[in-house]
Design a protein around this ligand. Structure first.
Ligand SMILES: [Zn+2]
Length: 409
């Protein structure tokens, strides 16, 4: 069993490294025609340097975390932590909470230097970073608190069901997670986002009128429009909407509003509305629930196997050791389902683009996409294999080609 777990860890590590390498090698120094007007040569060369630096950095961080997991696995480190914590806890639930709490805290603390370097050295060097040390620290603390509350209660419920219901726990826990995912979807903007960002209502003016007019014309149930202070952390921009049913909230990053014309902003929103109109949101929800149900079912088949716990160095069957091992053993399968989700998502992006073109303005959307891509120094020539495995959105040049009708997606 341990050999299978180690083999999966090694193969997936090597696979990722090879993909990263191929992708880095596909960099090109010429600026594509479609985007020439938006790029100065110097800035483009800077974007190439940015990607080289990101790749080098990811090479180091992944080697570090690979070595760490490899040593923990081969040395029975997880079993050792289990044996160390066991005497302190009577209840299996508290033991599991402590086990995952220790693991997560330890791995986060070990990687803080990397997170710090990424934000304050790399992102800073290329002019993206706006995070202060204070925001960095408070984000960490809030993140821990949120993980403890949300992750802690889900984990407790899972272990309670595993203990009390037996192998059929997956049915009950599926229902619970489905409700949980729905709840997060409904209250993300009003409950979770305000913990990290300030949301303000978009003031009356040209932009608001333009968005309202568009929503009315296409029958989009718009409830409210917010601006979020994304500039608190980074210059990178974004937009999305949330809410289920008849109350849609649109959220625009202040960084997006700053750099785009009203037409471009409405075009970006038209794209988001396209996801709603083409039922991508509801299907995305259904597909992720199905994925969770399938995962839980497979989990239920190996939850009670003692040899899994022993493989991680445990001295007896422990639910949390089996959960951890499952996370690794299942990763090739979740990798494959994830691949299908990404293919589906890329198809949806083309459809949402097409919707924006039909109902609003394809040129405005093209310009917005170009500007977004240039401002975030995104990769213009990602390797097709890398796109296939990692991209949830099609690369810029493909989207532009589809928008201008040169080639079908
Ligand atoms: Zn989209």
């Amino acid at each position: 069993m341990l050999i299978v777990i180690l083999a999966i860890t090694v193969v997936s590590y090597l696979f990722d490294q090879i993909l990263d390498y191929i992708n880095l090698k596909s960099q090109r120094t010429d600026i594509p025609k479609a985007i020439e007007a938006f790029y100065e040569k110097e800035k483009y060369l800077k974007s190439l340097a940015y990607h080289r630096e990101l790749a080098k950095f990811s090479f180091i961080t992944s080697a570090f975390s690979f070595l760490l997991s490899f040593i923990m696995l081969i040395g029975g480190g997880f079993g050792w932590i289990d044996g160390w914590l066991r005497p302190f806890f009577e209840s299996e639930i508290l033991l599991a909470l402590a086990f995952f709490g220790v693991l997560m805290l330890a791995s986060d603390i070990l990687t803080i230097p990397f997170q710090w370097y990424s934000t304050f050295v790399i992102e800073e060097k290329y002019g993206f970073n706006k995070t202060t040390l204070k925001t960095f620290i408070t984000d960490k603390l809030k993140g821990y608190l949120l993980a403890a509350i949300v992750g802690g209660s889900l984990l407790s419920a899972l272990i309670y069901l595993i203990q009390t219901i037996g192998p059929n726990f997956w049915i009950w826990f599926s229902v619970l997670t489905a409700i949980f995912v729905l709840f997060i979807n409904m209250f993300y903007t009003s409950l979770i986002l305000p913990l990290f960002n300030k949301l303000t209502v978009l003031p009356d003016g040209e932009l608001k009128t333009a968005i309202e007019n568009f929503s009315k014309r296409v029958n989009f149930p718009l409830d409210s429009i917010f601006i979020i202070d994304g500039s608190k952390r980074s210059k990178k921009a974004n937009a999305f909407f949330s809410g289920i049913g008849k109350k849609k909230k649109i959220v625009l990053y202040d960084t997006l509003i700053e750099n785009h014309t009203t037409d471009e902003l409405v075009a970006v929103l038209a794209h988001e509305v396209g996801h709603f109109k083409k039922k991508h949101i509801i299907w995305g929800y259904i597909l992720s629930i199905l994925q969770i149900v399938f995962t839980l079912f497979v989990l239920s088949r190996m939850m009670y196997a003692e040899n899994v716990s022993l493989a991680l160095g445990g001295s007896q069957l422990a639910i949390h050791l089996n959960l951890l091992a499952f996370g690794i053993l299942f990763s090739p399968i979740s990798g494959i389902t994830g691949l299908f989700m990404k293919m589906y998502s890329r198809k949806n992006e083309f459809e949402a683009d097409a919707y924006a073109k039909e109902t609003f303005d394809g040129t405005a959307l093209s310009n917005a996409l170009k500007r977004l891509s240039v401002d975030s120094l995104s990769d213009l020539y990602p390797h097709p294999l890398y796109v296939f495995f990692h991209y949830s959105h099609p690369p810029l040049l493909q989207r532009l080609a589809a928008l201008s009708g040169l080639s079908a997606p």
